[in-house]
Design a protein around this ligand. Structure first.
Ligand SMILES: Cc1ncc(C[n+]2csc(CCOP(=O)(O)OP(=O)(O)O)c2C)c(N)n1
Ligand SMILES: [Mg+2]
Length: 354
């Protein structure tokens, strides 16, 4: 008997955990200033993220989802996208959002419970952060369909966690994207955990990448702590989609070095040893080591960058804390195009008009 269908899933890496190349650099990375730029962005993202947790801990912000350890994925994604593309992000993609014009102060505002934090002033194309898991994949598929119908050479990118790939919305979006050969890329941040559910308990599939096969397109794994491989593979997938090649699923293998959110305590369910091992793999250090080895980064560069990043964060914090609180009615005003009658009644009660 001959097999009816066969498939392979490939794993891509350029830079290992020690900051050494495991294969030749891709063309974009031969310009060292591009790698320095990616490094700067990861360091800036980490400074922003650290401050967000401090703001929450001191009662100045609501629950926050950190991106610690996962910086390479969103930074590479933002770098690979074109301005006219559309990002449908989940809640750990600040690195892509910042590159696409979203302000740090806007993201602080969002997690501070202020809906105006999703009304980006310098980003006209992207969706806001999505918390209902996997629904953003359908939004991205819808945007990609619109590009097809309008004959626009644009690409939609949906990002999602490993746990999210168990959701019906994810499979439905993948299915329609494959069936209609849409210009969309699904980027999975496989950080090994969905709150307290480990990847091993999440799905019996050997890889998440292979979920693309059932939908009729390619899936691949990338070292999610290697910003060089990520930038290369995401860019290839996006440009392939732009050129009519259809969707791709990229599974980026990383680790959630933080709690799930500030409302979580991961020490209750994760072995300390696992987290310790994961710290050896993290993305920022390895790129720094590589740049050092090329004579393209010094201790002076590092301290100048640290000062600059801290200043940018402080400016954003000042903007955030100096924002007038939102109108009380705002909790009703942004969910529906036309607010249903029962909510209008509650709104009136809240405002004392009833
Ligand atoms: C539709 C839906 N179901 C459940 C939740 C609650 N929830 C929030 S985050 C999360 C786990 C997501 O895990 P994963 O997709 O791996 O993303 P990660 O948080 O690890 O980045 C769940 C179940 C939700 N937000 N939306
Ligand atoms: Mg996860």
């Amino acid at each position: 008997m001959d097999p009816v269908a066969q498939f392979s899933i490939f794993y891509h890496q350029h830079l290992n955990a020690d900051g050494e190349l495991t294969q030749a650099l891709p063309a974009f990375a031969k310009d060292i200033s591009v790698l320095q730029d990616l490094y700067r962005q990861m360091v800036q993202l980490r400074a922003y993220d650290t401050k967000a947790i401090a703001l929450q801990r001191t009662g100045k912000m609501g629950t926050y989802a950190s991106t610690l350890g996962q910086e390479a994925i969103s930074v590479a994604c933002g770098h690979a996208m074109h301005p006219e593309d559309v990002l449908a992000p989940f809640y750990r993609d600040y690195g892509a959002q910042l590159q696409r014009g979203v302000k740090m102060s806007e993201i602080y505002r969002y997690w501070g419970g202020d809906e105006r934090g999703s009304a980006y002033t310098d980003n006209q194309h992207d969706f806001p952060i999505t918390v209902p898991i996997a629904s953003q994949c359908l939004h991205a598929a819808g945007a990609a369909r619109a590009f097809q119908l309008r004959g626009e050479k644009r690409v939609a990118v949906a990002t999602i966690g490993d746990g999210g790939t168990s959701e019906g919305d994810f499979y439905e979006a993948m299915n329609v994207a494959g069936a209609w050969h849409m210009p969309v890329v699904f980027l999975v941040n496989n950080n090994q955990w969905g709150i307290s559910t480990p990847r091993s308990a999440q799905t019996a599939a050997k890889t998440i990448a292979q979920k693309a096969i059932a939908a009729g397109f390619a899936g691949e794994q990338v070292d999610g702590n290697d910003v060089i491989a990520l930038r290369e593979r995401i860019s290839l997938a996006i440009e392939n989609a732009r050129d009519g090649g259809g969707p791709t699923l990229i599974e980026a293998l990383t680790y959630r070095l933080c709690d799930h959110t500030t409302a979580d305590d991961a020490t209750r369910y994760r072995p300390e040893e696992e987290v310790k091992t994961a710290w050896q793999q993290e993305p920022v250090k390895r790129l720094q080591q590589y740049l050092h080895s090329q004579g393209a980064w010094s201790d002076e560069d590092e301290s100048a960058l640290k000062t600059e990043c801290d200043q940018n964060v402080q400016t954003a914090v000042d903007e955030y804390l100096n924002t007038e609180p939102p109108e009380l009615s705002s909790i009703f005003d942004f969910h529906y195009a036309e607010c249903p009658a029962d909510l209008l009644e509650q709104r009136a009660q809240l405002l004392g008009d009833a």
